[in-house]
Design a protein around this ligand. Structure first.
Ligand SMILES: Cc1cc2nc3c(=O)[nH]c(=O)nc-3n(C[C@H](O)[C@H](O)[C@H](O)COP(=O)(O)OP(=O)(O)OC[C@H]3O[C@@H](n4cnc5c(N)ncnc54)[C@H](O)[C@@H]3O)c2cc1C
Length: 539
């Protein structure tokens, strides 16, 4: 920990460390309340756990089994808010639970659980659950394993296809309210003086170090929370007991019928998801203890085999095989430290607490994508209390995200004013940027060449490359492909798009040949995160 920072007045009221979903949500909330806010991330925004998730905005049916009714209720409320505030990013998702003789949960148990789920969802917009006979279930999902199938149930949750975009929009909202957003700036230590936090020392990629002073610091570094503290605060014991989760992505396969499934893995009875996603199928997840650097978490071959085997248990005739796996990814859940509990039993509830021995430092532990807004409200309530600004009330429950405020269909209709854009690109822009899509499209009026598609899968266009750099904090081609226009999550991880997008960089952003080469190399390094390592895994 460094010594006192001497500035008379701090640079910021609040410094938020970590621009994942939680940090971005906190920065938006703080800025909306009029606090002088700065948010920094060592990497690009949304490059941590938030993108390695199952991408569901859900009440967490499984948490009911662990008696976490409060968490389920909170999540269902937040799900409803997100469906309204970000209709372009968060959509309803019907799921089907098949029940077999010998399943851990009988049809009656599933039915009862979903009845409670419906009860906790009362007043919300999504339909309630339905119980299906064996025949009805087979009709819905033709490839389903039928031996010993007793029936099924369907229920609704929601999906955020790209949490990466949700993070960016939260940061855009924060900036619109005056927050400073800095990516690729790493906190190397916390500043303290007389038991109070005073800010942080940070380092830019070129090695430049500087001091940012703030009255309050919120450590929202996700699975890195303990590492940030270790770089500054006096010891107080570790806060996290992280676990790793892996997903695989395959093309749609026969018999799947595009119906999201929530099933039990045949080998160990753990529940897992098979979800239609981004025109592909997302299958996950695993849940194993992980103590290493979160940046090094990779999917292992054993985990991929486990997920394929689990899928085969549901679709015995048509399940994908190893050669069908397009890519895999792994992330680390920043769960609270809870001894040697079974990983599934570790609470998914979050908490925001002032550090044991450093006043003004607040650590965020746990949390889900789903509950980022309520977590942020809780965090900023504590911040304003600390700052003596209790009158600054939370405004996020009523505020649409920057791209919200109209349905994607309405946005798509508006975009017909831009005849240079294909119908598929209009849909892509509406789904990706919501009402902000018109600003992307407007670039095409000035530069018709920017209407050219850069990606045949996503239908992203050149204008998005320029827009990402100008308006959405992008600093590299990889940022654009993996976390802005989302061409990077297609079957080829944006390989083809990277060529064309680099051409846009050369033509419109002044990249020379060296820069183009460096951007390609950085894209390839990031694409490698989606490959597997051979090491065996304990599941
Ligand atoms: C496999 C898996 C599946 C999941 N599925 C779901 C789901 O379907 N639905 C759901 O609601 N939740 C889900 N979750 C949980 C959810 O994804 C996470 O709880 C949430 O994304 C955590 O967000 P965060 O902002 O706290 O952390 P992160 O997204 O990891 O953000 C932390 C940020 O801090 C930055 N940082 C770290 N150290 C420093 C430093 N020294 N200086 C500057 N910046 C730093 C990192 O670069 C990172 O960007 C899942 C999680 C996993 C792992």
């Amino acid at each position: 920990m460094s010594g006192p920072a001497t500035a008379a007045a701090a640079d910021y009221d609040v410094l938020v460390i970590g621009a994942g979903i939680n940090g971005a949500g906190i920065a938006r909330d703080a800025a909306l309340r009029g606090l002088r806010t700065c948010i920094i991330d060592q990497d690009d925004a949304g490059a941590g756990t938030s993108r390695w998730s199952s991408r569901l905005i859900h009440g967490g049916l499984r948490y009911l089994e662990h008696g976490e009714l409060g968490l389920v209720h909170e999540s269902l409320r937040e799900r409803e808010l997100l469906l309204r505030q970000a209709p372009h990013l968060v959509r309803p998702l019907p799921l089907l639970i098949p029940v077999y003789a010998g399943s851990n949960r009988s049809l009656a148990t599933v039915d009862f659980g979903l009845w409670v789920y419906d009860l906790l969802s009362l007043g919300r917009s999504l339909p309630g659950h339905r119980r299906l006979s064996r025949e009805e279930a087979i009709r819905e999902v033709p490839g389903l394993r039928i031996d010993s199938l007793e029936g099924a149930a369907t229920y609704f949750d929601a999906q955020v296809t790209f949490p990466e975009r949700l993070v960016i929009e939260l940061l855009v909202a924060a900036r619109e309210s005056g927050a400073v957003v800095r990516t690729r700036t790493r906190v190397t230590g916390l500043l303290a003086d007389g038991g109070r936090v005073r800010g942080a020392t940070v380092e830019s990629p070129d090695g430049r170090r500087e001091t940012l002073t703030a009255t309050v610091v919120v450590n929202a570094a996700g699975p890195w929370v303990d590492r940030v503290i270790a770089g500054g605060a006096p010891a107080g014991g570790r806060l996290l007991g992280p676990t790793k989760g892996t997903h695989i992505v395959v093309r749609r396969f026969a018999g799947f019928a595009g119906q999201a499934m929530y099933a039990e893995a045949s080998s160990d009875g753990r529940p897992f998801f098979i979800i239609p996603w981004n025109g592909l199928v997302l299958i996950g997840t695993t849940d194993t203890r992980f103590e290493g650097d979160p940046a090094t978490a990779r999917a292992t071959e054993a985990e991929v085999a486990y997920l394929l085997e689990a899928t085969r248990g549901v679709f015995p005739r048509t399940a994908p095989e190893r050669r069908h796996v397009l890519y895999a990814y792994a992330g680390v859940r920043p769960l609270p430290r809870q001894g040697l509990r079974e990983t599934a039993a570790i609470t998914r509830r979050h908490h925001v607490r002032q550090h044991a021995s450093l006043r003004g430092l607040y650590n965020v532990v746990g949390g889900k994508l789903t509950t980022f807004r309520s977590l942020a409200e809780e965090a900023v309530d504590q911040v304003v209390a600390r700052l003596g600004r209790r009158g600054a009330r939370c405004a996020t429950a009523a505020a649409a995200l920057p791209g919200g405020g109209a349905t994607p269909l309405d946005v798509e209709t508006e975009l017909q004013r831009f005849p240079a854009l294909s119908a598929l690109t209009r849909r892509h822009l509406a789904d990706t940027y919501g009402t902000r899509a018109e600003r992307v499209a407007a670039l095409v009026l000035a530069e018709p060449a920017l209407a050219e598609p850069v990606c045949a899968w996503s239908h992203a266009i050149g204008a998005e490359v320029v827009y990402a750099f100008q308006e959405e904090f992008a600093g590299s081609l990889a940022d654009v492909l993996f976390r802005r226009c989302m061409a990077g999550l297609g079957p080829d991880l944006g390989r083809a798009a990277s060529e064309r997008a680099a051409g846009i960089g050369a033509r419109f952003l002044g990249w020379d040949a060296d820069r183009v080469r460096a951007e390609h190399a950085a894209w390839a390094a990031e694409a490698a995160l989606f490959s597997t390592v051979a090491e065996s895994a304990r599941l």
